[in-house]
Write a protein that binds this ligand. Structure first.
Ligand code: ATP
Ligand code: MG
Length: 308
């Protein structure tokens, strides 16, 4: 089974595509057959980060049934072992992806056979983006040190967590739990996952324990990108600690990637960053993040059968 790493973030421009492209290059260089999938349908630009001009096939050919299998939209890149599914040139917006189309796409991605599959997600907390983020337990979130970006990461994590509770409990039981939470504390909303879990464990300890274990399986990895000299280098681990405390879930800080003007240059030149600037601080930061992610024991599971 392929290891799937969805790469997301609540805010645009934090560096999701940049990280996806460069982690993909490192995986391929280490000999892993790696597929990068651009899931940012509305504003796809992973191809530019990789230095690929518009591929003639794209994911919308599959969604619009122009081809029968998702595999037919895969293109090879100039980098050995690195493959790509583009979203450029399509007329889809992820928010408009119908439920059936989304489920078909999710299922098809999990059936592809590569060592690693990396998904470059769009910004935001739309249901569709969250469902792609939840395709495995190995999601990576990218934030900058700006409070707006951190706030959005928090919102995204909370939405994923709530969605996971909904999936585990199914619609009916979730509604009951949300109503019970509301009855006990009128200020409590269904946006307070920690409180929901607490109540669940109280009214049905056995089921609550199962839910807790399943939530604990889900580990959020965090990368702090565009770290500037004046920023506190510990901010990423601090964010993880605060979120762990507030939402009672597991976070893993992967590392900082320095802000570096060479990134801008590489994108303007349409050349992969690690290829043209391998000896910069940001390049060595990405390599360290890569080592931290691959050395982390991971599980990848498809958990979408129950999505309402
Ligand atoms: N470490 C870095 N140092 C300097 N600039 C960076 C760094 N990482 C990313 N950038 C800049 O940020 C811009 C946005 O990066 P990228 O496109 O990867 O973000 P994104 O999160 O994928 O955005 P979107 O949500 O719009 O898809 C890039 O054009 C690049 O110039
Ligand atoms: Mg992007």
């Amino acid at each position: 089974m392929s290891h799937i790493w969805p790469i997301g973030g609540g805010k645009g421009g934090t560096g999701k595509s940049f990280l996806t492209g460069n982690l993909g290059i490192l995986l391929a260089k280490h000999g892993y057959r790696t597929l990068l999938v651009d899931i940012d349908f509305g504003t796809a630009n992973l191809h530019t980060v990789l230095g690929i001009s518009h591929p003639d096939k794209s994911i919308s050919d599959f969604v619009n049934k122009k081809v029968g299998a998702l595999e037919e939209t895969v293109v090879s890149t100039t980098i050995p072992n690195l493959y790509f599914i583009s979203s450029a040139m399509n007329n889809l917006d992820i928010a408009n992806l119908a439920h059936e189309q989304k489920m078909k796409l999710l299922r098809s991605i999990t059936k592809l056979s590569y060592d690693y599959i990396l998904l470059d997600l769009g910004a935001g907390t739309s249901f569709n983006t969250i469902d792609f983020f939840m395709i495995s337990n190995s999601g990576i979130l990218v934030t900058t040190s700006e409070p707006t970006s951190i706030e959005n990461i928090y919102r995204l994590i909370r939405s994923v967590y709530i969605r996971k509770i909904r999936q585990e409990l199914k619609v009916h039981n979730f509604r009951f739990l949300a109503e019970e939470a509301q009855r006990r504390d009128s200020r409590a909303t269904e946006n307070n996952p920690d409180f929901l879990l607490y109540i669940m464990k109280e009214i049905d300890p056995e089921r609550g324990k199962i839910l807790e274990l399943s939530l604990r399986d889900f580990i959020f990895k965090l990368v702090l990108n565009q770290l500037r000299k004046e920023d506190d280098p510990n901010i990423g681990s601090l964010i993880c600690k605060i979120i762990e405390r507030h939402l009672a879930l597991k976070m893993q800080f992967i590392g900082n990637i320095s802000f570096d003007d060479h990134v801008h240059n590489s994108i303007c030149k349409k050349m992969p960053f690690l290829h043209i600037y391998p000896y910069t601080q940001a390049a060595s930061d990405i390599r360290r993040c890569y080592e931290n992610i691959v050395s982390f024991k991971e599980t990848s599971s498809f958990a979408h059968g129950d999505i309402d």
